[in-house]
Design a protein around this ligand. Structure first.
Ligand code: NAP
Length: 246
């Protein structure tokens, strides 16, 4: 990789995406990040990144919209130069038992989590292949490994990310491009903050470490996976979950 490096982080305005953007900035990456619509959180993240002395490009971009994704990547590369790393963290949940799940909630979760990840991978992959370098990390979930009740949509999307990433890793490995997945368990972010206390307490009993993780626990692994220290690791699904047993 060149001395000046840049990374795209989707869903970079909040939670794991924000922690990852900050960790990569600490590693010296210029950062482009997108989000859906939360402008205030994006401005806070941008300020925290600029404090670290890196260049920043940020804009709203719905990851499910392929044309918007292409426009975002083009604008980010015009601003920061060719991108060296991609982290797909944008994601949503719409929980319900399957018998009660509206089709719209199935589609929204698949479109955002799975197709959104495809859209960004698809957009950067050719440049990575041409330059014979690059690293992709996709955020999945333990739900995509074991399945979680009331999350058939989310479990399917995340399992799809695991399969897609393993296949893409095989396609891109001959070009020196690595693709890995980080599958968190329960992490303290807005996504889990809304869980009722009863659910949180029950969840903690399934975690041998008896606590939720922090966004920085996930970001530290992403930082390692995009680095040259992980230069011989590709096609892996790595869990950050306090030893969760489902
Ligand atoms: P979060 O705190 O809810 O943040 C979600 C981020 O994604 C926000 O920046 C949000 O932007 C963005 N986003 C949502 N929909 C988008 C869309 N259509 N287009 C672009 N950006 C969009 O979530 P998190 O907890 O950090 O989760 C990050 C990733 O880790 C997700 O893929 C999630 O599934 C996965 N994960 C999380 C946990 C956990 O316990 N937290 C566990 C396992 C896996 P706006 O604010 O503008 O909407």
């Amino acid at each position: 990789m060149s001395a000046k490096r840049s990374a795209i982080v989707t869903g970079g305005s909040r939670g794991i995406g924000r922690a990852t953007a900050l960790a990569l900035a600490d590693d010296g990456f210029d950062i482009a990040f997108c989000y859906r619509g939360g402008v205030a959180a994006a401005a806070e993240t941008e300020a925290a990144l600029r404090e670290r002395g890196v260049a920043v490009y940020q804009a709203p971009c719905d990851v499910a919209d392929a044309e918007a994704v292409e426009a975002f990547v083009k604008a980010a590369e015009e601003e920061l130069g060719e991108v060296d790393a991609l982290v797909n963290s944008a994601g949503i949940v719409r929980d319900n038992p399957m018998v009660l799940m509206p089709h719209a909630d199935w589609n929204a979760v698949i479109d955002t989590n799975l197709t959104g990840t495809f859209n960004f991978c698809r957009t950067v992959a050719f440049g990575f292949m041409k330059r014979r370098s690059g690293a992709i990390v996709n955020l999945s979930s333990v739900a995509g490994v074991y399945g979680t009740a009331s999350q058939t949509n989310y479990s399917a999307a995340k399992a799809g990310i695991n399969g897609m990433s393993r296949a893409l890793a095989k396609e891109l490995a001959p070009y020196g491009v690595r693709v890995n997945v980080v599958a968190p368990g329960f992490i303290e972010t807005d996504m889990t903050a809304e869980l009722p206390d009863k659910v949180r307490d029950k969840a903690k009993k399934t975690i041998p470490m008896r606590r939720f993780g922090e966004a920085s626990d996930v970001a530290d692994l992403v930082s390692f996976l995009v680095s040259e220290k992980a230069g011989y690791i590709t096609g892996q699904v790595l869990q950050v979950d306090g030893g969760i047993v489902i």
